[in-house]
Design a protein around this ligand. Structure first.
Ligand code: NAG
Ligand code: NAG
Length: 280
């Protein structure tokens, strides 16, 4: 009896981990129906209006439902197509076709939106040329469920002033929203103007899928370059700005594993930065 119960709950956890909860229907145009030139709408997904806050939660860290709940996150992604944890109620997992290798696998069933390549312009990440990415893009689109939407590749370089992203977008691939990474210090005005530039240039909703004052490497080298007070103010100001900007559909902090951009403490609880993020 006890064994059966354990097996059953383990099975239930497995089933839940394979699916994406929280899919209300959406008014977004169906992707891949009819012409590939479906006009992206400027209106933001209804479902996302009250659930912008998320987090990148690497599956290797041991972090899971406890951290998602503590962070007040409505969604998360793990640089993979399926969640490696039991997804808590009220939290949505978003698959990502992180690199070309992921084209051979399917996203978790029941998902809605899919993210495109992770940092194709970074040799240690997706590392794909613009021409290769454009050639593979139909295969990425083929992973998007009916009524789902596709996020653009998120570049390491600046998506407006860099070269990779403008070249990619110049070929007019189907992209429903633009995914952006940002690590430029605890600089509120710089953050707002950079994100606004992306919105203005591409005229599509934006998901800030990685952001923090510092990257993991920068934080390792200089963990307190930005004081706790500076980071707290940055978090409060940019979160409040993104919540009020209807073109920013979602955002996810990328935790730096040390220093003042780290969301956690050694015991897996929230750092001060994590607490401020949860409450903002
Ligand atoms: C990145 O891609 C280039 C071109 O295909 C290749 O020569 C290089 O080895 C790749 N870098 C890494 C780190 O895999
Ligand atoms: C979670 O977010 C909501 C809405 O922004 C906020 O009212 C609440 O205080 C937050 N919870 C925590 C634990 O910070």
């Amino acid at each position: 009896m006890a064994v059966a119960c354990i097996l059953l709950s383990a099975f239930a956890a497995l089933v839940r981990a394979e699916t994406c909860p929280m899919h209300s229907s959406s008014s977004s145009p169906a992707l891949l129906q009819g012409s590939m030139k479906v006009q992206a709408t400027l209106s933001v997904d209804e479902r996302s209006k009250t659930s912008k806050k998320g987090v990148g939660l690497p599956s290797s860290t041991g972090y899971g439902a406890t951290q998602l709940e503590a962070l007040n996150a409505s969604w998360f992604y793990s640089w993979g197509l399926k969640p490696k944890i039991t997804v808590p109620d009220g939290v949505e997992f978003v698959p990502i076709v992180a690199t070309a290798k992921y084209l051979q696998w399917s996203p978790a069933s029941g998902c809605h939106d899919i993210l495109g390549f992770n940092e194709p312009d970074h040799s240690g990440q997706a590392n794909i040329s613009v021409s290769e990415a454009l050639k593979l893009w139909p295969q990425v689109l083929a992973k998007v469920p009916t009524n789902g939407r596709i996020g653009s590749p998120a570049t390491a370089g600046n998506p407006v002033t860099g070269s990779w992203f403008p070249e990619f977008m110049a070929a007019s691939p189907h992209v429903d929203f633009v995914a952006v990474h940002w690590y430029k210090g605890a600089k509120v005005d710089k953050f707002k103007s950079d994100i606004q530039e992306v919105i203005d240039k591409y005229q599509k909703p934006v998901w800030v899928t990685e952001f923090a004052p510092q990257t993991i490497a920068e934080s390792t080298a200089d963990p307190t370059k930005w004081s706790q007070a500076e980071v707290n103010e940055f978090v409060q100001e940019v979160v409040s700005w993104m919540e009020s900007n209807s073109m920013v559909e979602r955002y996810a902090w990328h935790d730096s594993k040390s220093g003042t951009s780290w969301l956690y403490d050694d015991a897996g609880g929230l750092s001060e930065t994590g607490q401020v993020y949860a409450a903002s």
